[in-house]
Design a protein around this ligand. Structure first.
Ligand SMILES: [Zn+2]
Ligand SMILES: [Zn+2]
Length: 400
């Protein structure tokens, strides 16, 4: 039964290919930043309503949405859309394609549900804003949007093709040093230099970097280094991101970094304020869902990136970033495979922006969507598969 339903789902996706491409292009042409994705929200909800979904606009957040199909209860499979862009460089993470993929997979799964050969099952498409900044999914978890979800799946365009990639936990800080202003030529000894504290902290972190594990990352900017060269800076501000593959490793890194930021304040006589901003957990890809995704992808003719990439090494050891899907993966069994759109450029570059609206990118997006739809059908038609997914989830959560 599953094979027949997959053919129905995949045909439904192919039949909507033109509409899906134009949907994605509309979002690509009008890049909107976190929590400002009003156009994208409207375009997506209109599209899904036209396709027969029951749509909740502004679902707990102004630019979030939910679209549903299938029965009123039973196994609930969620597919995720993202659609926020980056400042100045547009859709350099290809979230227009993630929106397209979520809708495409949804159309396929709905077509399978509409055959009524699946006894009881349902589909939820969740439109999740603010992935790049703001943690939209984390807020939606707090708002209860995942409470009735059994599994959650999404795909992300990248320069590589892998069911599971390393997406690490992230913690964000804004660090402020406060000193004392003074005339930099006449009475410099009266001043307490907050910029010096920022520089000492920056250099301290650079020294720490040599002793960090290869998969840890710390990177930051000085967002305020003073106002004029003839005034001893009374305020400075740094923004830092700290990342590690697990929450406990991240905790260790946070403590090491905190000691450096505090010491830089003491060294220079400045007071220091370390403010916690966003935090996302690492991505725990559900092992059973990954197997299903891999099998469906191979059936669709997908070729995965080899483990060893020349010039990079083992691609599975390289953190490809962080995502608020990490938080979701601690709530429900989840996957977040990455798929290639035919560019060697990495995400967050202008080259990737260009690659995120080519015919080839749309073709690959539909293939990845079909793999997601295939996984959903596997789980919806086979209670044993769903049980295996839930068992893996339990086991993996004990190991994190
Ligand atoms: Zn990104
Ligand atoms: Zn992204």
């Amino acid at each position: 039964m599953a094979d027949k339903l997959k053919q129905i789902a995949w045909s439904a996706i192919d039949n909507s290919a033109i509409g899906l491409q134009s949907l994605s292009e509309k979002i690509w042409l009008n890049p909107e930043l976190c929590f400002e994705e009003h156009e994208a929200h409207d375009v997506l909800t209109r599209f899904l309503r036209d396709k027969g979904f029951e749509v909740d606009e502004q679902y707990t957040l102004k630019t979030a949405f939910r679209a549903r199909a299938g029965a009123d209860d039973g196994v609930n499979v969620a597919v995720i859309c993202e659609y926020d862009a980056l400042p100045n460089i547009g859709h350099a993470c290809g979230h227009n394609l993630i929106a397209e993929a979520g809708c495409a997979a949804g159309i396929g799964i709905k077509a399978a549900l509409d055959t009524s050969e699946i006894p009881i099952g349902r589909l939820t498409i969740l439109g999740t804003p603010a992935e790049e900044d703001g943690g939209g999914k984390s807020l939606m978890i707090k708002n209860g949007c995942f409470d009735d979800v059994d599994i959650a799946m999404m795909v992300h365009p990248m320069p590589v093709e892998m069911p599971h990639a390393l997406f690490v936990a992230i913690h964000q800080w804004v660090i402020t040093y406060s000193g004392k202003a003074s005339h930099a030529a006449a009475f410099p000894w009266e001043g307490v230099n907050a910029l010096d504290a920022a520089i000492a902290a920056y250099n301290g972190i650079s020294v720490l970097r040599q002793q960090m594990r290869p998969s840890w990352r710390v990177h930051g900017i000085i967002s305020n280094g003073g106002t004029k060269p003839n005034i001893i800076p009374e305020k400075s501000e740094l923004q830092y991101l700290l990342r590690a593959p697990t929450e406990s490793e991240l905790e260790t890194l946070i403590e090491k970094a905190r000691a450096i930021f505090l010491a830089a304040g003491q060294t220079t006589g400045c007071s220091v304020d370390i403010k916690d901003e966003d935090h996302c957990m690492n991505l725990v890809s559900n092992k059973t869902l990954l197997d299903l995704y891999t099998r469906n992808s191979l059936d669709l003719g997908v070729q995965f990136t080899p483990d060893h990439v020349p010039g990079i090494g083992n691609i599975h050891d390289i953190p490809l970033g962080s995502t608020d899907m990490g938080d979701v993966s601690y709530e429900v069994p989840s996957i977040h495979p990455v798929y290639s759109i035919g560019t060697h450029a990495f995400n967050h570059t202008r080259e990737f922006t260009a690659a995120a609206n080519t015919d080839f990118a749309h073709e690959r997006t539909l293939v990845a969507s079909k793999a997601i739809a295939g996984c959903a059908i596997d789980v919806l038609t086979d209670p044993e598969a769903l049980k295996a997914v839930k068992d893996s989830f339990k086991l993996q959560m004990q190991q994190v």
